[in-house]
Design a protein around this ligand. Sequence first.
Ligand code: G6P
Length: 611
Amino acid sequence: MCGIIGYIGHRQAREVILNGLKRLEYRGYDSAGIAVIQDGLGLYKKRGKVHDLELLIQDLELNATSGIGHTRWATHGVPSDVNAHPHTDSQSSFALIHNGIIENYDVLREDLEKKGHTFHSETDTEVLAHLIEEIQKMGSLGFYEAVQQALLQVDGTYGIAVVHEEYPDQIIVARMGSPLLIGIGEDEFFVASDASPIVGYTQKVVYLEDEEIAVITRDGYEVSTLKNVPHTKEVHELALSLEQIEKGGFPHFMLKEIFEQGDTISDCMRGRVILNENRIQLGGLDGYVDKLLKARRIIIAACGTSWHAGLVGEYLFEYLAHIPVEVEYASEFRYREQLIDENDVMIVISQSGETADTLAALREAKKRGALVIGICNVVGSTIARETHAGVYTHAGPEIGVASTKAFTAQVTVLAMMALLLGKENRTLSEESMKELLSELDSIPEKVNEILKDTSEIERIASLFTYAPNFLYLGRSYNFPVALEGALKLKEISYIHAEGYPAAEMKHGPIALIDEHMPVVVIAATDHTNEKIVSNIEEVNARKGRVISITSNGQSSVNRLAEFSVTIPETHDCLTPLLTSIPLQLLSYYIAVNRKCDVDQPRNLAKSVTVE
Ligand code: G6P
């Protein structure tokens, strides 16, 4: 979703900002813009890629050492040059960039129009710029005070950065519901919506909290609340390195991230799977395990791929620890009758740690007294900070918009949590624990085995590149994998795909099956194998094209399926960690064949910070 970068210091602002915007591209966007202060305000914006903006300004003589830049993902108003950020006041004396949504923008706009303001864009952001102008004019206030007052009048969410031509040595930033951090360098400062654009310049950051506003100058920064209470901020050290966010020789971030999964699953388990003591150690849950065991139920809330990981978690918690689990779309949960209280535990799962709906579900559950535990990838993200306790996935930065390594890391964390609780709850014998821990420990090696030879998946992808529809079927632990496989294909190749529990096929999707319909059948769990074999027969009887994902030993499936991708065997409950990999690759190769923008698929955003 929209991205923010700002700079003030001694370097050429244009370079820092363009580099930053390129690093923000992964969030998903449709236009980009930049404002610098150099003999007045210089403002340049363009629909399209950051590269288009770069071409627009490449011949300009820009010597500014401060400025702001933005990638926009349209919410109010179509993607266009004029709707791109930054936006300005009527005199174009200041420029503002904004992530989030000003919910009362229409009321404010009507009022401002009556007062003579003319708007050029359809955005909510431009309303904020004019509101600041109006307040400054009417109240004879300083610019900073006017920004402060304007923010007190808006409803909704924002992360903003503002530069003013009369104050070339300052950037004003503020946050409400949309992440923002200040990077601290040597005589230079950065502002960004996440750490990726500033890595390589500095590792020191402070995270702004909701309702905080800051003035950044060349000499330092001051943070206070919107109501002027000064705040001293803790400086954090980023664990992110430059290499981690570069492609490392792969043509796309997504492929790099798929291939990293042997390592990321290992990183996720490091120091947590203690084989010689036959136990799981999750420091982030210290002091909370009892509450989890006594929970009336666990509610898992998440969105997108993280929701699919949550569904796998439901099977794992119920099977290994006998704890009842409900999995909710965070966006639905927050608007339902709230029957959650202190007897329940909520687990929120989020790669970015910033998804607006997941954050809202978390806050709702917390307000009603439930213990809230987070499973996040981005260290220091809002969700990670607001939960009572949590477990990081440690998958490293995920740049490809379609989530891959974050999913397998989330499932790994959920498996570790379920094993920990199963052992404590005595629903797992020492013997079973031992077997499962050693299976879990061998998963990275098995992932690497799948990744060693991708030729069969590439061949299947080339045969089905132009299929208009796909059906994905799975049972039990692999039903959520079917959903995830279908989502991956939709996201990056724009092919219509649906995931179904295999037995549900008879209740509708079977009507779609003919000789043109590829049906991906995930048949890797022993205890549902016979049933899945019948499902394959049913597809074959209607001339559907079965592509099966099976474990080595499942010869009956391999015999019946037109195409088979075999994966190493593991315990049934851990199969999603393996079956998801060929499905990620299948969607990747199909999208590449279709010449789609794999890392930045149209209309999608990496981190959905609006509701
Ligand atoms: C967006 C992303 C998905 C992601 C979902 C939830 O839709 O494109 O890849 O699964 O948000 O994001 P989260 O960061 O909360 O896991």
